[in-house]
Design a protein around this ligand. Sequence first.
Ligand SMILES: [Zn+2]
Length: 97
Amino acid sequence: MSIKWLRLKRICEEMTNRIVQIHSSTELDDDHIAATEFNEQEATILLNSGRTKSVEMVIKAIAHELTHIQENNNNHNIDFNEKWEKNVGIVTEKYNK
Ligand SMILES: [Zn+2]
């Protein structure tokens, strides 16, 4: 399987208006699929390599972290899942374009 990482990076940058780095890591705890750190200019998205093995799983995890960046917090508010799901659709569409 090959994942178009650079394309995903560009999509993230477009959707967050930040410079984005995506890292796939073996060092995340097993109970974490992904994590993010961000400020107003930059964002880093860490993916748990063991839990993001397909393009679909990578996109789902990235869309989750993108939602946090767009919301500017790490909370899971009542409407978070709806926004996350919408972002999965947007990222998937852009990725497959
Ligand atoms: Zn989250």
